[in-house]
Write a new protein. Structure first.
Length: 197
């Protein structure tokens, strides 16, 4: 059986226009391709969203990572908290919004400070002030422990469609002291969202 072909009258710029009962153009062809307007697609199946265009600010994908093992560091340079999430952006124009939550705790150090930050692969996203995004500050006079919830976030512009791993990192100002996270096995989590640019 032969194909049924319908196209606009020959010549560049001529269109084939299908209208609804009110005279509105529903399907309009161009010299190459076509546009659809005022149409409802009932339960469509799209194999890949890679070629779709979304408005700026639209959430394209969300990934999450968790950790529940209590751990600590005595490092004076940022060390991984093993709280990570990997994402592969679908567009180089996308922004990545990262939110991290944990329960932070300092042991009884005198004038101890613990700092928390977010890394993209090996890049410290809080490096502009050298102290990350949050800290637990313990004043003078040792013998007192300090604990609190730590929630940090940032908006990143990685400009890539390659896989990225984001993670929460911590450090202390004095290697004689420790900073803990996921205290008593509490749940720590990281959520990473790709936002259309």
């Amino acid at each position: 059986m032969g194909n049924l072909i319908i196209k606009g009258k020959g010549g560049a710029g001529n269109k084939l226009i299908l209208q609804d009962q009110a005279g509105g153009a529903v399907l309009t062809t161009a010299d190459s391709g076509a546009s659809i307007a005022n149409a409802t697609l009932v339960t469509p199946t799209i194999a890949s969203m890679a070629n779709c265009t979304f408005p700026a600010g639209h959430i394209l994908q969300v990934v999450n990572g968790t950790a529940q093992s209590e751990a600590y560091t005595q490092s004076t340079t940022f060390a991984t908290m093993s709280l990570t999430a990997a994402i592969t952006p679908i567009a180089t124009s996308s922004k990545i919004f990262i939110i991290c939550n944990t329960s932070g705790y300092n042991d009884s150090g005198n004038t101890q400070v613990s700092y928390y930050t977010i890394y993209r692969n090996s890049t410290d996203l809080g490096a502009s002030n050298n102290n990350g995004f949050a800290d637990i500050h313990q004043g003078s006079g040792g013998g007192h422990d300090v604990g609190t919830n730590i929630c940090i976030s940032t908006l990143d512009s990685p400009s890539t469609t390659s896989a990225i791993t984001y993670g929460m990192y911590a450090r202390v100002n004095n290697a004689s002291y420790k900073t803990y996270w996921s205290m008593n096995g509490s749940k720590s989590d990281i959520t990473v969202m790709e936002v259309a640019g």
